[in-house]
Structures are given as structure tokens and as C-alpha cells.
Design a protein around this ligand. Structure first.
Ligand SMILES: C[S@@+](CC[C@H](N)C(=O)[O-])C[C@H]1O[C@@H](n2cnc3c(N)ncnc32)[C@H](O)[C@@H]1O
Length: 293
């Protein structure tokens, strides 16, 4: 795939994916356009509008396109490879759309639903509790149809299925919807550790995934439709070392004193309560604290 590795390809995601060889990619990470109809203005944060793409489709069209794209990504990913898909639950005239609705129709094995607690979000209206969460779906391409796969090292797994960090600072990054560098850094280091690999972001925007891949010594392929975002991403990659501090801060979280096995052998806490006594103690303490009795 000459010309693709360590490059950003300008074009429509689906068309570009179709030109990529099968079984090439080790991992992928992306946040696609959310089909937000571009009319829901937030009270706190500016409306998301891309410069080269109108985020307006019927929900049916949108989901069908996402399925086709996810299946193309499945084809170009190696067996044993993974794709991390950042999305969220949305509502249109009171009807809820959940990403599982289309993810379950793709060829991928859905390995985990991770909650990303952003702690802040654009829209504050009383139709629902303030939605500050997004989701990250870990999608897995089985080896020989074995859906279980290999275990994560405990230093990564202990980071839990709830990821709490804020969104990217909009003042630093001119893109309307970047994710923070912490997000792809966590994924790349958990999936690839010290091994080399090719990381794909099929909607790479300001290049956050590519910067993380580059700083972690991996290869990358980016795709985006916008000339300006690609130029910004390329400039950012040139100057990537200025963002190393954020990657290092994330790497420091992937350190664990004892593995699951060592904890079990030493009778230390492994995350499972042996009986209900601990739960009962916590309950009693809470009751006491709240003066409920
Ligand atoms: C949510 S943003 C991704 C932001 C990125 N994660 C970052 O950190 O900057 C989605 C991106 O998809 C691009 N895009 C939308 N539709 C596209 C299409 N059909 N083909 C290629 N890129 C597209 C937009 O230009 C935008 O940059």
C-alpha cells in the first residue's frame, strides 16, 4: 500500500476504504460524524459544523452507510485486530437511536461497550438528564471464528470500562469535534504495547489518532474529506513532540504493582467480593452518613 502508510488520504471514507488491501490494519480508532442534523445548537458550546460535509441524512441512510463502512474496515483489518468506534446515544423527535442498532448488523464481534464520561457536554435541556457520556465500542475481528480473543494485560484492563477525561479544549484545536489525545493513546498502548502496527482513522479530522500513533512509534493511515482539516493534521504531525506530555501522562496510568494472578495468589483484592459482608458494611456506613436511621 505505497503512498498510504504514514499518510492522510483525502476523499470519501467509503471510496478510499475500498482501495485498501484486505487484512492490512492492526487497529483502528474513529469518531464518525454523528448525523446530528446540524440544527441542535448547544447552550454552552458551539454547534458542530464541518467545513466540507453536511451532517444531515435520514437516520436509515446514516445507519446503512455506517454498516457498509464498518464492514469495509472489517475486511481491511487483520484477524485478531480491533476497531474502536466512538459514538453516543441520540434522539430525534423523542425517538432514541442507540449505536448497537447498527453495530449488531455488522460483521464485527462487539467485545465491549466503554462509557466515556466527558463530565461536560454542549446541550443542557431538561428533556433528559444532562447527557455527558459518550460510548466507545471495542469491535473485534476473530481469529478462526474464535470470538474470545486474547486477554488484555492487567495494567491496561485495570483502567476499567468507564473512562473519565474531558473533551479536547476547543481553543487549542480549530476542528469542530476533535477527541482528546488521551483517548487514542489509551487504546493504542493497550492494544499494541511495544509491538509495531498500522493504526487507521477513517474520519481522522484534526489527526488526533495519527498523532497518538506517531508518538507511540506506530504507523498510521488517515482519511478525511476536508482539505483544511488534513492540512491542519499534517502540521500537527510535524510538531507532534509538543503533545508528548499528554501521551506520557496516559502511559503513567498503565502501570500496575501486582497482576491479577499475583493478587489472587496473595489473597489480595481482585475486584470480586468474596461474600456480601463488604457490601453490607458500605451500606451501613452510607445509611449512617446520611442519617437515614
Ligand atoms: C467527528 S470528526 C473526527 C474528529 C477527529 N477524531 C479529531 O480528533 O479531530 C469527523 C470527521 O469526518 C470527516 N468526514 C465527514 N464525512 C466524511 C466522509 N464522507 N468521508 C471522509 N471524511 C468525512 C469530517 O471532515 C470530520 O473531520
Amino acid at each position: 500500500m505505497k503512498g498510504y502508510i504514514n499518510n492522510i488520504i483525502k476523499g470519501n471514507t467509503l471510496s478510499v476504504l475500498k482501495t485498501i488491501d484486505s487484512n492490512l490494519i492492526d487497529i483502528g480508532i474513529t469518531s464518525p460524524p454523528y448525523n446530528k442534523q446540524e440544527k441542535h445548537k448547544g447552550w454552552l458550546v458551539k454547534n458542530v459544523q464541518y467545513d466540507s460535509y453536511k451532517d444531515i441524512k435520514t437516520e436509515e441512510e446514516y445507519q446503512e452507510e455506517q454498516i457498509e463502512i464498518l464492514n469495509e474496515i472489517f475486511r481491511i483489518t487483520k484477524e485478531g485486530g480491533s476497531f474502536f468506534y466512538n459514538h453516543k446515544t441520540r434522539w430525534e423527535r423523542g425517538q432514541m437511536f442507540h449505536p448497537i442498532q447498527w453495530l449488531a448488523k455488522t460483521n464485527w464481534t462487539i467485545r465491549q461497550e466503554i462509557i466515556w464520561d466527558r463530565m461536560i457536554a454542549a446541550n443542557i435541556r431538561g428533556w433528559r438528564y444532562w447527557q455527558v457520556d459518550e460510548r466507545i465500542y471495542w469491535l473485534y475481528k476473530p481469529i478462526n471464528k474464535n470470538k474470545i480473543g486474547i486477554e488484555l494485560e492487567s495494567k491496561h484492563a485495570l483502567l476499567t470500562s468507564i473512562w473519565r477525561f474531558p473533551p479536547e479544549n476547543g481553543k487549542k484545536n480549530p476542528h469542530p469535534a476533535p477527541f482528546p489525545l488521551t483517548l487514542p493513546s489509551r487504546i493504542i498502548t493497550s492494544m499494541l504495547n511495544d509491538t509495531d502496527g498500522i493504526v487507521l482513522d477513517p474520519y481522522c479530522g484534526s489527526g488526533t489518532t495519527l498523532v497518538a500513533a506517531s508518538l507511540l512509534n506506530k504507523k498510521y493511515i488517515g482519511i478525511d474529506i476536508s482539505e483544511d482539516y488534513i492540512q491542519y493534521a499534517k502540521d500537527r504531525l510535524q510538531n507532534a513532540s509538543s503533545e508528548m506530555k499528554i501521551v506520557l501522562e496516559e502511559l503513567q496510568k498503565h502501570i500496575v504493582q501486582k497482576t491479577f494472578k499475583q493478587r489472587k495468589q496473595q489473597g489480595a483484592f481482585t475486584g470480586k467480593h468474596k461474600n456480601n459482608s463488604n457490601t453490607e458494611e458500605v451500606l451501613q456506613a452510607t445509611v449512617k452518613q446520611l442519617h437515614l436511621l
